[in-house]
Every structure is written in structure tokens, then in C-alpha cells.
Design a protein around this ligand. Structure first.
Ligand code: ZN
Length: 520
């Protein structure tokens, strides 16, 4: 069941028309850096005179809200380059600082630090430092305004926490690849509303840390057993791993951590899931392990493959349902007919001949979850068709910064940042190295620095935690600067430390070196 095969057998469409559409999509995105476009395969559906590409189960209203959100977030980052170019023109004028502050405020809606403006008349503006500062500051703006920015789509998003509960799960812990193209996973690709019950922790190649996952599982199960999750006492914990691939350019634009080898990305993620189950069963007794689910994302078009488990909870990598194929086959059907079609397709995939066919079908809750995820993703496929000409104009990397440490739940958008979950740089080095490799192409090649946001959470309920988390940020920042000392020495690496309170309202407070040093 390969979408790639399907797309190749369909009638070829006018290439010049497609190129024009793509160029327009590129222009409207107003991204800063020149990027290479690839045109190797067809989109799932192309809007044309006789083709509206409207699936009865897609939600155009939700797509509209998400598109407004996407444009808003992109505009906060895309304004940076032009603002800095303007500042660069005026840097030697007498009233530069006043002028610069006004330009920044008009175009970016925040102020720039005086320390980066005042000495420009001597050795010129430090545009690299200003660029990194603006990237962090624009991100902070997105975090500060998240509630307001996201209010419209959070209201009407497809899969709420109640749905997760109705499928029999109190918690869903998702580990996607750290790749920036998966940063819109929750709200865009899976159409899941962010909540307390859903954790996202990204690792290069979806290679999550088993010991940490056991700790997360144990913590959540303890909360459930001690009455901390009222109403969810009889529910399960679900672990999902998300690998990714590129249907247009599978051997170059797939998962960098697995050398763009889709099979390897899939097998490695599944192996990790199985190891987690074995670890918990071996430690806490057979049957204690959480349920597992494996999802693959085609990052060119945001369709998903859901590799579902059998009655024993085991996943056969060859048994899956592909939402791209479902979209193509069920477009034009009524809502009811399309739902029946998806359900039949799942039955067929479940009972297909093979080694595991006799092992029995998955539980009803899991089945409902798989059906819900596939149906919800049809809207995202249509989103890419209508707002990105059927396939993203930039199918490769285009992230703005690296977030190292713990991610915030406040920004949901493809290619905004590469996220490396890490406790220490030694443990997370492999994830950071992949990020630095990506940014060598994206930024360093153009003379820009790599902006790294070192972010951790603390709990204001725990005495002394804030001070400790600041020390932790400082340790990680120093370790990053030491690991990439050559880049740091040349001014090609900027680290910004930030902290958020899990229990209170403090979000993404920037911690400056001198404050941390004063408390040292
Ligand atoms: Zn990857």
C-alpha cells in the first residue's frame, strides 16, 4: 500500500502549471533564505477546473483557522531579515539608536537590546547576534500570545482529550523525530488538541530514551493510582513513535538520523517501542507495559501511515493504513460512505494474509483511535492541497532555530525549530549533532549563526527548583559552547537560556548570563 506507487500511476498533469503554483506558494510564504525546490512527484490531488479536491470528512473551517495561525506565526519570523537589512543601511547615522528602536518596534513589535545597537558606529552592527536575538524574541512572542493565537482552532480541532479517554487511554506519550518538519505534528498532522494528557518528546530519528520513558510512564501511573487522574482509573497509557519519510525525494529528504532510509527509520522506531514494552513487562510484571502505536509521516504532503497492533499489542510493520491512499479512494463519497470505506479498509488491512493474520484483531478502543487519526488527517492532506499547492514548496529543512532541552507546547508549526530533547549534552550529543549539520546548510553557509534556545521547565511547587533549573541551563549552555567551540569562537553559535514554570504562569523567561553569574 504505497502512496508513492499510486501517485506515479496517475495521469500526469501540466508541469508548467504546477511550477507556477509552486512559485506562487513560495512567494506567499515570504521566507527569507533561498531554498532549492524539488519537483519529482505529483501531489495527492491538484485543484483544477474539474477538480475541487474537497473530501466530505475534511473540515475546511478548521483548515481556515489553522491557515490564519500559520500565516501569523510565519510573519513574526519572516519580518526579521528585512528589518535587519533596513537597520544595516542606517547603522552609521547620528540618531541610529532611536531610529533603529522605532523601525524594530514598527516591523517586529518588540524592542531590540541597546547593547546590540549602541556601538554600531565603531565596528558596525553585529547582525549575526541581532539575527539570533530576533529569532528568539519572535519565538517568545509566539509563546506569550499562544492562547490568543490558537483560540480559534483549539475550539474546533478534531480530536479532543475526551476522544483519547473514550478510546481507553489516560495518557498519550508521543516521540516523533526531532526534525522540524514534524513540529506541526500534534495540531496539524494528527489534529490532536494539546493537553495535559498528551506529551511530546522529540529525539533524532524518534530514538527515544527508554529509561526516561519508563520514568515518565511510572510517574503518570503513580498519578493515576493515587487518584490524580479522576475518572481515568481504569484507563491505559499509550506510547506512540513517529518516523518520517519523503515521497518526492525518498533518498535525500527522509530522516537525516537514519540516512534517509525509510525502512531503517520504521524498523528502528518499532524496535524502540518493543524494547520499552519488554523493559516495563520485565520490571513490573507481564501485562504492565503500555499499548504502542507506530505512525509514519510523509513530510511532503503530511499524510500518515498508521501501523496498528494486533490483539496481543504486537505491531507488524507491513500491516498499516495509509491516509493518502484513503483520501484518493474515498474523495467524492458522502461522509457516511467515506467512514464505512475507512472502516472496511482497516478491516482489510487487519485481516490481510500474512504471518500475523491469525493473531486476532486489536481492541475496540485502539481501533477507534486509529480510525479517528486517519479521518482527522484527511483534513491535513486537504490543508496541504489548498494552502501549499498539494506538496510543500520547501520539502526539506527550513527551521529557524534549535531548541535543546525540554520543548514548550506553545508553538505548533512545521519547520520552525529543530528540537533536541536532552538532559545533558553528553547524552543528547547525537541529537544536537544532527541539528548542527542541518543548520550548517541553512545558516552557516549563508554567514548566519546557529541560534540555540536552551529551555527547561521547573515547578514552582518545588522549593529551590527555579534556581536549580537556571544552573542547569548554564551547564547545558556551557557544554554546547564547548562541544562546538570552533563555531562559538567565530560568533557562529548563539545560545539563549530560557525557563518555564510547569505549575505556574511563567513561560519562556530569558535568563541572561550576568543574572545567572550573579547567583553563582
Ligand atoms: Zn528524522
Amino acid at each position: 500500500m504505497d502512496t508513492r506507487k499510486l501517485t506515479l500511476t496517475r495521469k500526469p498533469k501540466s508541469k508548467s502549471k504546477l511550477t507556477a503554483q509552486r512559485r506562487m506558494a513560495n512567494m506567499s510564504m515570504a521566507e527569507d533564505l533561498p531554498v532549492e525546490n524539488e519537483l519529482l512527484a505529483e501531489p495527492i490531488c491538484t485543484v483544477g477546473p474539474n477538480q475541487a479536491c474537497k473530501h466530505s470528512l475534511a473540515n475546511p473551517e478548521l483548515n481556515e483557522f489553522l491557515h490564519i495561525y500559520e500565516e501569523l506565526i510565519r510573519s513574526r519570523f519572516s519580518a526579521i531579515t528585512n528589518t535587519l537589512k533596513t537597520l544595516s543601511i542606517y547603522q552609521h547615522e547620528l540618531d541610529f539608536v532611536t531610529h533603529a528602536k522605532r523601525i524594530a518596534f514598527d516591523q517586529l513589535h518588540y524592542e531590540l537590546p541597546l547593547s546590540l545597537l549602541e556601538d554600531s558606529w565603531i565596528s558596525g552592527l553585529n547582525l549575526r547576534a541581532l539575527h539570533s536575538y530576533c529569532i528568539f524574541r519572535s519565538f517568545k512572542e509566539c509563546v506569550a500570545k499562544a492562547r490568543f493565537d490558537q483560540a480559534s482552532w483549539r475550539e474546533c480541532i478534531a480530536l479532543h482529550t475526551n476522544f483519547i479517554h473514550s478510546c481507553g487511554y489516560h495518557t498519550v506519550n508521543i516521540s516523533p523525530c526531532a526534525d522540524g518538519r514534524l513540529q506541526g505534528l500534534l495540531s496539524f498532522i494528527l489534529r490532536l488538541v494539546p493537553s495535559e494528557a498528551i506529551y511530546v518528546k522529540s529525539y533524532a530519528g524518534a530514538m527515544f530514551n527508554i529509561e526516561e520513558d519508563i520514568a515518565n510512564w511510572a510517574h503518570r501511573e503513580l498519578e493515576r493510582l493515587s487518584g490524580g487522574l479522576p475518572g481515568d482509573e481504569d484507563k491505559n497509557y499509550l506510547k506512540i513513535a513517529v518516523y518520517h519519510y519523503s515521497s518526492s525525494n525518498p533518498s535525500h529528504q527522509g530522516c537525516a538520523a537514519h540516512g534517509s532510509d525509510t525502512e531503517r527509520a520504521l524498523e528502528s522506531a518499532l524496535e524502540r517501542l518493543n524494547e520499552l514494552r519488554a523493559a516495563i513487562n520485565n520490571t513490573y510484571g507481564r501485562g504492565a507495559a503500555p499499548d504502542i502505536l507506530l505512525i509514519g509521516v510523509d513530510t511532503d504532503i503530511d499524510s500518515i501511515r498508521v501501523h496498528f497492533p494486533d490483539a496481543n499489542g504486537d505491531i507488524d510493520p507491513d500491516r498499516y493504513i495509509d491516509s493518502g491512499r484513503i483520501y484518493q479512494e474515498s474523495i467524492g463519497m458522502s461522509r457516511e460512505a467515506a467512514r464505512t470505506y475507512i472502516s472496511d479498509a482497516l478491516n482489510k488491512a487487519e485481516s490481510q494474509s500474512g504471518l500475523n493474520s491469525e493473531k486476532g484483531k486489536m481492541a475496540t478502543g485502539m481501533r477507534n483511535l486509529v480510525l479517528g487519526l486517519v479521518e482527522a488527517n484527511l483534513s491535513q492532506i486537504e490543508y496541504v492541497i489548498h494552502y501549499h499547492a498539494g506538496r510543500y514548496a520547501v520539502i526539506g529543512h527550513n527551521e529557524r532555530f534549535i531548541c535543546a532541552g525540554e520543548a514548550m507546547n506553545e508553538l505548533h508549526l512545521r519547520n520552525k525549530f529543530y528540537f533536541a530533547h536532552l538532559n545533558t549534552v553528553e547524552e543528547g550529543a547525537i541529537h544536537l549533532d544532527v541539528g548542527i549539520k542541518i543548520f550548517t546548510n541553512l545558516n552557516i553557509k549563508h554567514g548566519l549563526a546557529v541560534p540555540i534556545l536552551v529551555h527547561y521547565h521547573y515547578s514552582s511547587r518545588v522549593p529551590g527548583a527555579r534556581e536549580r533549573v537556571i544552573q542547569r541551563c548554564r551547564r547545558v549552555k556551557a557544554a554546547i559552547e564547548a562541544r562546538y567551540s570552533q563555531l562559538h569562537g567565530k560568533g557562529l553559535l548563539y545560545c539563549q537560556m530560557a525557563i518555564s514554570d510547569k505549575a505556574g504562569s511563567e513561560r519562556c523567561t530569558f535568563i541572561e548570563d550576568e543574572i545567572a553569574e550573579a547567583g553563582h
